[in-house]
Design a protein around this ligand. Structure first.
Ligand SMILES: NC(=O)c1ccc[n+]([C@@H]2O[C@H](COP(=O)([O-])OP(=O)(O)OC[C@H]3O[C@@H](n4cnc5c(N)ncnc54)[C@H](O)[C@@H]3O)[C@@H](O)[C@H]2O)c1
Length: 333
């Protein structure tokens, strides 16, 4: 492969997962060759449509180094992680291992293979309970779970590696990813499924139990918690833009990815009901510990720095694409 071509090879850890696979599609459309590195613990072989799969374990630094060298990779997009807040409360050791140690292993491999650019999947979970809304990148970071803490610890490690070793990086703090590829080629399959939009859709389609609504006594208009839902294809587009930004010499940065608009659990239920033409079965349950009443992003930095604007993230578009995926397209539905 020529040196010019090799510059467009990017290693995507977790590329067989939900956000990673949508990003592989967007990267391929932008002329990149996405090389997925994934242990398939949670990812799917059927989602591998836009580039090769290297099946491997991120803690295996030598295997990651070999993949970076063999594919002449010039940048890494790092999605692979464990991402269940509740699980992380029960088993922090696993989260420190699979989120923090994997990221240290990856950066060691990048140093060994002289790969200078890293995009990191961070999360609004680094902020903890909002002290002001919307949440900008300078909001205090006080994570409420080992999951959020490991994401923040990764960001800090990446920053120090950047300073010492010249790594250029962007940490993208996603709010709530939702929706499915508008072309119907990809979508969300998590087992167990814990996120609101797919759970509401699966409940109405009879693919899962009735939805549990955790708390209706929050200080919001209808009493249910408000979140900022961002379409997975908009997240994918942001990664392509952030990658081009860094490849063109852009300074390392932390950026929020959200819409700035919040929707309550009841508003999501109403949108799914409208889409399905049938009521979503749900029942009320107690609040979950550590769930803030409202989490909404200020994503103006992403707009200014990488020219990113969400295009698919209206609640209607999120619900429509996800509903079609779960009803008609999802493997094993
Ligand atoms: N889904 C969201 O709403 C959301 C919000 C904020 C941040 N994030 C972050 O985005 C990233 C992707 O999330 P997702 O929802 O696509 O998750 P996912 O579980 O669908 O994908 C994760 C992928 O990583 C792989 N993986 C996990 N551990 C690995 C290891 N040790 N070695 C190799 N591969 C490994 C899994 O097999 C899977 O394919 C995660 O880092 C998550 O923390 C997600």
């Amino acid at each position: 492969m020529s040196a010019a071509l090799s510059k467009r090879n990017v290693l995507v850890t977790g590329g067989a997962g939900y956000i990673g696979s949508h990003t592989c599609k967007a990267l391929a459309a932008a002329g990149w060759v996405p090389v997925t590195f994934d242990n398939l613990s949670l990812g799917h072989r059927w989602a591998m449509k836009w580039g090769p799969l290297v099946e491997g374990e991120l803690l295996d630094t030598a295997a990651v180094t070999a993949a970076l060298r063999a594919h002449e990779v010039s940048a890494v997009v790092h999605f692979a992680a464990s991402a269940y807040v509740g699980d992380s409360m029960r088993d922090p050791a696993f989260y420190y291992r699979n989120n923090l140690l994997t990221t240290l292993s990856l950066m060691e491999a990048m140093q060994a293979a002289s790969v200078p650019v890293l995009l990191f999947s961070s999360s609004c979970a680094v902020y903890g309970d909002p002290v002001r809304l919307p949440i900008d990148e300078n909001h205090p970071t006080v994570p409420l779970s080992p999951y959020g803490q490991t994401k923040l610890d990764c960001e800090n490690a990446i920053r120090w590696y950047g300073q010492a070793y010249g790594l250029r990086w962007a940490a993208l703090r996603y709010f709530n990813a939702a929706g499915a590829d508008p072309d119907g080629q990809l979508g969300e399959v998590h087992d167990p499924e814990t996120r609101l939009v797919p759970r509401a859709i699966m409940a109405v389609l009879g693919q899962g139990p009735a939805l549990q609504v955790f708390g209706n006594d929050y200080p919001t208009a209808d009493g249910t918690a408000i979140r900022d839902y961002i379409h997975v294809s908009d997240l994918a587009d942001a990664h392509v833009r952030a990658l081009e930004y860094l490849m063109q010499g852009g300074a390392s940065t932390v950026c929020n990815l959200g819409t700035g608009a919040g929707f309550s659990v009841m508003e999501v239920i109403e949108a799914v009901t409208a889409q399905a033409g049938v009521d979503v079965p749900y029942h009320l349950a107690a609040r979950r510990e550590g769930d803030p009443s409202e989490v909404v992003a200020d994503a103006r930095r992403s707009a200014a720095l990488i020219g990113w604007m969400p295009r698919h993230s209206s609640l209607g578009s999120i619900v429509r694409t996800a509903f079609t995926w779960h009803r008609d397209l999802k493997p094993g539905r």
